[in-house]
Design a protein around this ligand. Structure first.
Ligand SMILES: [Mg+2]
Length: 306
């Protein structure tokens, strides 16, 4: 997500005078301003510049603002960038056309700088809130890990990729041992602390390319692209050991926390569907619980016939 201190405005206007005017006003508002004199290849330009808001002229040689707006809205990498038209065209027809093309606003020249600044701020605010919502929809509120819905989408994508390139994919499913007892004994808010710490431990040890998600309740899942079950079991073992070492204290008393792990991979289970992969890891997780908890169990071909 764009951080608030790096917000960037792109001005596309064939008039350098207008560029300078807008630039001067926006800079004092803390925006970084980039200017282009033509809307040619604007999609590619935006992919490089990554602006938060675009102020777009309509009358330009080569490519008009309307054409550029349509191209930006048609491309998934640029369609979310708010566009404000800045034009000498004052007719209702132009304004309606601009807004229908997906622009968030339409300001006429000569413009009132105070008004333009307010409109840019408003467009930026809307974009920021939309991004926040989008991020919230795939993040688990308690742990900050990806949520189950995101995992469900991602596992299919990763499985597709592994199938296409004939690669491997492993998953780790793990569950905090006797979590109900932790909640009952120390209260739910302490239980929440335990989940957050366990989540952070898993995230810390996972690779950048691994997808760590909260599967539900006290259960977590990690997708490991391009890894086999053996590699996954090493990671699981590292996380298991780190959870065991966590220093969680309630009223001055250390509360020991452990977790049980099940590992499976496409090498044993195949690429057919994600459910088989999750089921196999789940079976191993239960076998780890049965075996006395605080351990890692790995699916093998023998245990999981294709
Ligand atoms: Mg112009």
């Amino acid at each position: 997500m764009t951080s608030r201190d790096k917000r960037k405005i792109l001005i596309v206007d064939d008039s350098v005078v207008i560029q300078r005017l807008v630039q001067a006003r926006m800079r004092s508002d803390g925006f970084e301003v980039v200017c282009l004199t033509s809307a040619q290849d604007l999609v590619a330009q935006c992919q490089t510049i990554v602006p938060d808001v675009i102020i777009l002229d309509i009358d330009m040689p080569d490519v008009t603002g309307f054409e550029a707006c349509k191209a930006l809205k048609d491309d998934s990498t640029t369609s979310q960038i708010p566009i404000i038209f800045l034009s000498v065209k004052t007719g209702t027809e132009e304004k309606v056309r601009g807004l229908d093309l997906g622009a968030v606003d339409y300001v006429t020249k000569p413009f009132d700088p105070v008004e333009l600044r307010a409109r840019v701020r408003s467009a930026y605010r809307t974009k920021y809130l939309l991004e926040l919502l989008e991020q919230k929809a795939r993040v688990d509120g308690l742990t900050g890990l990806y949520n189950r819905a995101f995992f469900n989408d991602r596992i299919e994508e990763e499985l597709d990729r592994a199938r296409r390139y004939n690669g491997t994919l492993a998953i780790i499913l793990f569950d905090v041992d006797r979590f109900k007892r932790v909640n009952d004994t120390y209260g739910h808010s302490f239980g929440d602390v335990v989940l957050a710490e366990v989540a952070e431990t898993a995230r810390f040890h996972a690779r950048q390319s691994d997808v760590v998600a909260r599967y539900g309740g006290e259960e977590f899942v990690i997708i490991l692209p391009e890894q086999n079950a053996e590699n996954a079991s090493y990671l699981a073992e590292r996380i298991r050991g780190a959870i065991e070492e966590l220093h969680l204290v309630h009223n001055g008393e250390r509360v020991p926390v452990t977790a049980s792990f099940g590992v499976s991979s496409t090498a044993e289970i195949g690429y057919e569907n994600s459910k088989d992969l999750v089921d196999a890891a789940d079976k191993m997780l239960y076998s780890a619980k049965d075996g006395g908890r605080n351990q890692v169990r790995v699916a093998s071909k023998m245990l999981c016939p294709a």
